[in-house]
Design a protein around this ligand. Sequence first.
Ligand code: PLP
Length: 401
Amino acid sequence: GSVFSSVVQAPEDPILGVTVAYNKDPSPVKVNLGVGAYRTEEGKPLVLNVVRRAEQLLVNDLSRVKEYLPITGLADFNKLSAKLIFGSDSPAIQENRVATVQCLSGTGSLRVGGEFLARHYHERTIYIPQPTWGNHTKVFTLAGLSVKTYRYYDPATRGLDFEGLLADLSVAPPGAIVLLHACAHNPTGVDPTLDQYEQIRLLMRSKGLLPFFDSAYQGFASGNLDADAQSVRLFVADGGECLTAQSYAKNMGLYGERVGALSIVCKSADVTVRVESQLKLVIRPMYSNPPIHGASIVATILKDREMYEEWTIELKAMADRIINMRQLLFEALRTRGTPGDWGHIIKQIGMFTFTGLNREQVAFMTKEYHIYMTSDGRISMAGLRSQTVPHLADAIHAAVT
Ligand code: PLP
C-alpha cells in the first residue's frame, strides 16, 4: 500500500469549488457567478490592450534577461506601487518611511505581512470583518496570528453595521491588528463612507490599533484609482503606521501572473530600513524571490504617462460595465415585481453583490437554473452579461416566491 494511504480527501475550496461544479454541468444555459474575475459583455476573459502593448515592448527588448530579482522584487515596481496606493505626493514616501516588497499577488502580500507581524509585532491578534474574503482566516492563522472578527455587515439593512463595528473595535486589546478592505469589500460590496472611515481612524489611533489594508480592487470600485485609495490615504496622512497588501489581479487583469506588493508604512526612515531587512528574512525561505514578468508589465505601464492613461481608461470601462450590470439586474427584478427591496444591488460597490439569498435559495437556483454562486449568496457582477440578466432575474424571482 501507499505510504499516503491514510491521507483523507480534502474538501474543495468554497470559492474555487464553485467553478469546479460549474465545469461539470453540461447545461447550455449555465452561468458562473462564483469567480471573482472580470468577463467581457461576451462572457470572455479580458487581457487589457495596454497589458498586451507592455508585453510586446518587453519581448522586443533583447537587453532583458531572466536573472533572479532581488528578494524584495523589482525596485521600480515597488516604488511605483507605493505611489499608486499612497499618492504620488505622499509625505510617507518622500520621507522614506515606506518599505515595499513585491509579493505573489494580494494573497502572498497578506501572508508575508502576517508572517512579519507574527514574528515582530507585540500583539498577535488580528481582527477581520464578519464576513470577509474566505481566505483571510486561513492566511493569518497559518501565518501565526490569532484571528478574531468584528461586526461589519447588517443583514437587516444589507449595509454596514457601523455601531457594531465601533463597539467591537473599542473592546479590542490595545495594539490589535485590524484588517480593513481598502474599497469594494468582498463579499458584501458594502464600504464605510469617508466620514465613517474618519471615525474608525480616530478610534483605532486612540487605542493604538494597527491597520492592515487589503487593497484588491483599487480603481475597480469607482473606476478612479485615487478615489478608491482614499481610505488608505486617510490613515497614512496622520503620520501613523499601517500595512497595505496590493493586488494587480483585478485592476490590471493580471490574475495568473501573481503580481502584488506589501507596503509597511513606518514612523521613521531608520525603522523602515530595519523592517525591510526583516521582510527579506520572511521571504527568502518561503519562495526566495518573486517572478519577473508580471511586475515588469506593471512597471512598464505605471512608468509611462501615455500607457498609464490608457490603463485608467480601460479600468474605468471595466468598472462601468459592472455598474451597468447592477442597474440591469435591479430593473429586471423590478419589472418582474420580485418581492423584497433590491436597492442594495445598485448601492453595493465593486465586483460582488451580496444578494441576501440564503443557502437553500442558492441551492435551488443552481439545481433549477444552473446558476453557480457561493453559498453565502454572493454573485460576481463581473460574470454577468446583458444576455444572462433575464435568466438570473427569473431564477431569483423563483427562489424568493
Ligand atoms: N483580498 C480580497 C478581498 C480578494 O477579494 C482577493 C481576491 O479575490 C484577494 C485578496 C487576493 O487575490 P490575489 O491573490 O489573486 O491578488
